[in-house]
Ligand binder design. Structure first.
Ligand code: F6P
Length: 359
């Protein structure tokens, strides 16, 4: 009997269900022995506290297009993994205990950066782990793409698209705040797709003088009636970058909402006299159906995940490199962020089109 544990961890996104469905199908069609799927509830929490339900083919029927996760998810335990839980129990030992008690042959983790660190830790503790690259941020090292990303790009792009009419009718400056605290893949791609004039990313600290210059310059040509900025949640100015995290957070408290977008809006209004509005699509970017790209991608990743389970190949993240599905050792992938490189070709191509990064 092949006993397979599975969990979804960290922020939800599109195609979690599509990926799990593909793993199940791949195992169901290829396993040489009977198998059982144990679905842990709410991420690693379920593994810690032995909360699971048996999953059969029925659970995976009709979920290819359904967003979110049928298993539930949580960000537990992330940074505090080495701290005992409220009953004084060691979290890693609890997870190992559940795995051994259920006599699992492997654990499949669908997760992003934080989840991968825990997956790697469990792998080093002797558990058979396979990870699937999940996140709308597309910031996992070792893979060119994560599932959820393309669907989120579509939604963030639509948010920018739908701002165009109001921005142009009122001749306003619009800031669309797009998810991405540490990395800017999502705002970069949605900003290009949505025709933003300025894209601000965590990886390229901006200068307020430059932003004012770009806005003033556009006003002097025919296209200058409106201006759209695609701003990452984690965008930061060159001056603020010098502050401590605490000082920066304190400074943001001065604005309507403590975020870089509202700070920018106030500063642009003050310096240019233009009317500025902020739109935050927020968690809509993680919601709803996976797009066609993500459904195909999730199916490919899950197909390989199932193959690895059948082969007994563990300690890897399934990844995508140079258009191929590949296996990357967990220890290589875990704990490293894939940042947008300021001198990368996509940034240079965008600059050629006149898009400003505010630097
Ligand atoms: O990592 C995915 C993500 O959506 C980030 O883009 C965003 O900064 C963060 O999660 C939001 O987290 P939460 O859902 O916990 O507010």
């Amino acid at each position: 009997m092949l006993r397979i544990g599975m969990l979804t961890s960290g922020g939800d996104c599109q195609a979690l269900n599509a990926t799990m469905r593909a793993i199940y199908k791949s195992v169901a069609h290829n396993a040489k022995e009977p198998f059982e799927f144990y679905g842990f509830q709410d991420g690693y929490k379920g593994l810690m506290y032995n909360k699971y339900r048996m999953l059969t083919g029925d659970d995976f029927t009709g979920i290819l297009t359904v967003g979110g996760t049928i298993l539930g998810t949580s960000r537990v335990p992330f940074k505090d993994i080495r701290k005992p839980d409220e009953n004084g129990n060691d979290k890693v030992e609890m997870m190992k205990h559940t795995y051994n008690e259920l006599e699992l042959d492997c654990l499949v983790v669908l997760g992003g950066n934080g989840s991968l660190k825990t997956a790697n830790l469990l792998s080093q503790e002797g558990l058979n782990v396979i990870a699937m690259p999940k996140t709308i941020d597309n910031d996992l090292w070792g893979t060119d793409m994560t599932f959820g990303f393309q669907s989120a790009v579509d939604i963030a792009t639509r948010a920018i698209d739908e701002i165009h009419t109001t921005a142009s009718s009122h001749g306003r400056v619009f800031i669309v705040e797009i998810m991405g605290h540490k990395t800017g893949w999502l705002p970069l791609n949605a900003g290009i797709a949505g025709g933003a004039d300025i894209i601000l990313l965590p990886e390229i600290p901006y200068s307020m003088d430059k932003i004012v210059e770009v806005i003033e310059k556009k006003k002097t040509n025919n296209a200058g009636r409106f201006m759209i900025l695609a701003v990452a949640e984690g965008a930061i100015s060159q001056e603020d970058k010098k502050l401590s995290k605490k000082e920066y957070k304190k400074q943001l408290q001065n604005y309507m909402f403590p975020s870089v977008s509202y700070k920018l809006a106030a500063e642009i209004e003050e310096r240019t006299g233009r009317e500025v509005r902020v739109t935050v699509p927020g968690h809509t970017q993680r919601g709803g159906m996976p797009d066609a790209y993500d459904r195909v991608f999730a199916s490919r990743l899950g197909s390989e995940g199932g193959r690895m389970i059948c082969e007994g190949a563990f300690g890897f993240m399934v990844a995508y490199r140079n258009r191929e599905i590949v296996r990357v050792p967990l220890e290589d992938a875990a704990g490293k962020l894939k940042l947008v490189q300021p001198d990368s070709t996509i940034i240079n191509e965008a600059r050629m089109l006149g898009i400003s990064f505010g630097d």
